[in-house]
Design a protein around this ligand. Structure first.
Ligand code: NAD
Ligand code: TYD
Length: 355
């Protein structure tokens, strides 16, 4: 243990969407913890997301690749981490369909590399140690109209992204069973909020509405997602990190299911109001395009365990969270313009040219 701090926590992927919210929260709420943010700044990682906490004395940033064992082990030796909260991943389903192997490398090999560095560095002395793996509800597959994902729902991943996350979850459990590595896993539903890369539905559509561009709705727009405000996810991770039962899994979700088309119509309505446009203007941008290959129909989380065991509940109503989110993107146009220049343009042309 680092004598200056109560804990030294390695957070991976802290320059990404959810990771940056978590890093903000931990750095500001726990001055007695040293937070080391490890990220190799792929297209999805952005130091702008964490600029305002760079100067905190309990914060450090390390640019490193989670698939590089030597780099990772050297950082364990340097900082003597007692905890890991692992979020770094390739995270976009569409990209996993066009380029699956990088998902296998980052999400499977990267997680294995971190697990093995922790195992070798902690050497069986697990007092005060924890490896927290942040995962997705997509590992459970796709639901019909009825039912919810529970912690013991059998895994049935169906995209290269969800299969790579499922593999990483299995590895985490295998390290727990084989080496007794102290682990905890959470599987969360779709997040939304500030700092999300605009390849994902909500920031993409907010940006397109702002620029009067078409809104490419896959298939008939009838797929259902369960949306959670990103800060509620960060709060759940904080709680599970401190109070979760070793070796356990917790589902995190918003009890907030929306068909894509209904969500998009609500977004259009709020944006017309905020932009002072005539009601119905943004809806005219909706354009139904070819469906995503293997598009999962419905995700819905039952988060009863987290509520009953640890007392967590989402704090924000969805319409309020959506309004806050739109306001953030509209008042951070420079952030959006920066991340949508360069390589993003090429991605966008490729992804939507054939759609
Ligand atoms: P994101 O794509 O916004 O961020 C991922 C971060 O990981 C980026 O900063 C990127 O630079 C970094 N990274 C990628 N490859 C790396 C590597 N090889 N080495 C080091 N860093 C690397 O993703 P997100 O939406 O913030 O998701 C974070 C985690 O939460 C992921 O594990 C994802 O599977 C999980 N999750 C996401 C959602 C969601 O709705 N976004 C829901 C549930 C779970
Ligand atoms: P996304 O934000 O990519 O998250 P995930 O695929 O992990 O759930 O997509 C959310 C939903 O929106 C999903 O059903 C796919 C759909 N979608 C579109 O209809 N058009 C788009 O351009 C995108 C990116 C997503």
């Amino acid at each position: 243990m680092n004598m200056q701090f109560d804990k030294t926590i390695l957070v991976t992927g802290g320059a990404g969407f959810i990771g940056s919210h978590l890093v903000h929260r931990l750095v500001q709420q726990y001055p007695a913890y040293k937070i080391v943010n490890l990220d190799n700044l792929t297209y999805a990682g952005n130091l702008e997301n964490i600029k305002d906490i760079e100067h905190y004395p309990n914060y450090a940033f390390e640019r490193a690749d989670i698939t590089n064992h030597d780099q990772i082990y050297a950082l364990f030796e340097q900082y003597k981490f007692d905890s890991v909260i692992h979020l770094a991943a390739e995270s976009h389903v569409d990209r996993s369909i066009s380029d699956p192997l990088i998902f296998i490398k980052t999400n499977v090999l990267g997680t294995a590399t971190l697990l093995d560095a922790a195992r070798r560095f902690w050497k069986g002395d697990y007092e005060g140690k924890l490896f927290y793996h942040v995962s997705t509800d997509e590992v459970y597959g796709s639901l019909g109209n009825e039912g919810f994902f529970l912690e013991d729902t059998p895994y049935d991943p169906r995209s290269p992204y969800s299969a790579s996350k499922a593999s990483s979850d299995h590895l985490v459990r295998a390290y727990h069973h084989t080496y007794k590595l102290p682990v905890v896993i959470s599987n969360c539903s779709n997040n939304y909020g500030p700092y999300q890369f605009p390849e994902k539905l909500l920031p993409l559509f907010i940006n397109n509405i702002r620029n009067n561009k078409a809104l490419p709705v896959y298939g008939e727009g009838i797929n259902v997602r369960d949306w959670l405000y990103v800060e509620d996810h960060a709060a759940a991770i904080d709680l599970i990190f401190h109070k979760g039962k070793m070796g356990d899994t917790y589902n995190i979700g918003g009890h907030n299911e929306w068909r894509n088309i209904d969500l998009i119509r609500e977004l259009c309505r709020q944006m017309d109001e905020k932009l002072g446009r005539e009601v119905g203007t943004s809806e005219k941008l909706i354009s139904f395009v070819r469906d995503r290959a293997g598009h999962d129909m419905r995700y819905a989380i039952d988060a009863t365990k987290l509520k009953e065991e640890l007392g967590w509940e989402p704090s924000l109503q969805f319409r309020e969270g959506l309004s806050k989110t739109i306001d953030w993107y509209l008042s951070n146009q420079e952030w959006l313009d920066n991340v949508t220049s360069g390589a993003y343009q090429k991605y966008y042309e490729q992804q939507y040219a054939v759609a």
